[in-house]
Design a binder for this molecule. Sequence first.
Ligand code: EPZ
Length: 423
Amino acid sequence: MARILVNNSGPLHGEVEISGAKNSVLPLLAATLMTEDICEIEDVPDLADVSVMKKMLRKYGAEIDDSVHGIIRTRTPEIVTFEGDRDLVTEMRASLFTMGPMLARCGRIVMPMPGGCTIGKRPIDLHLKGFRALGAKVTEDAEKGTVTVEAGPEGLSGDAIYLDFPSVGATENILMAAVLAKGTTIIENAAKEPEIIDLANLLNKMGARIKSAGTDMIRIEGVESLSGCIHQAIPDRIETGTFMLAAAITRGDVLIKNALPGHVRPIIAKLKECNVDIDIAPEGIYVDARDKELVATDIKTLPFPGFPTDIQSPFMAFLTTVKGQSVVRETVFENRFMHVVELNRMGADIQIENREAIVPGGRKLHGAKVRATDLRAGAAMVLAGLVASGTTEISEIYHIERGYEDFVGKFKALGADIMKIDD
Ligand code: EPZ
């Protein structure tokens, strides 16, 4: 089983280039199913999740050219199956983002129900609520563990849809389905993440008519068909936040290039509250935590533009090292504190009360054998390992490789004493 070894590394220093956003590229690739024309997506990171999405698209009939690093050219002349692949859906929940495009393109999709994962049961009721509102028939087969969504003979027709929770995936799936529906669709209480805007920009380049993506009310005028396009994905705001925290936890200074400050405002604000210096430079974001007494702050995760849940665990690792007690409240997922047990193995002494973690500061962490319990928790363990005494061995690192391109290489370039061990 591959694992990562991290030794106490001292302050990180230097520059890191942020890759394209995983959570943008996945829906962007799914959207290419909606046209027979060639689409080219640029700044695609080399990630395990991207490989799964390419497999998913190929199963549906896509012809993909990924011979140039960072660029995916794809075209889907015809859809060859209506069935989502169970293994791929189990491997990656974002495979669900192909439901909206398939419904729009050919009016039918049979999708295996996604397994939950370690951060909660993660239902898809809001996705299905949106598809029903667009006139689709949704039938769940508990025995086969599949959900079948099919448009009527007239195709999909626009409607007003209220999302009980601003779900990112539900917003994206419904947005894609609505683009080729007849008439107008309004998505109310829509997710406002930058990845939604990036997807809407791609779809509008393809001929869609989407207005006010990025607000809580998105308006879509249905069109007959879409054509191909060339689109560059936005940089990854969660990778950006992860490396901002790497500078902060090691008391180093790092220039994070290709980062968009507007996508990480809550992280900038909270790190400043901890007394970290943050400068917006022309090349990116400069984080300087050298020679400072850093102090505690409280965190509450919320949908965008609130504090991102995906940065909760890396930020918690950082909070174990600052002066004073912090409280971290997770409101987006019902079970995203699996990393607390692992941090406590390193001497963090964090207590959980309901959906709040009480994080004592000033801890001198020590190396231990720990697990990556989800993608972002894995990153949190690497951060903790950088400042812990001795060696930290992180297993189940396939989680990390799902969402961070060249993770070990980027840390090494900043002076981290880190290596990947392949058994
Ligand atoms: C996206 O997941 C991201 N994944 C997640 O990033 C991210 O944590 C999450 O949004 C929140 O920002 C991708 O974009 C590929 P949600 P998604 O639907 O769409 C509940 C990472 O580390 N919900 O916004 O699955 C759900 O249970 C990953 O990169 C319903 O109740 O998230 C959860 O509690 C982890 N019914 C909450 O909404 C639904 O139909 C947020 O889920 C859908 C969701």
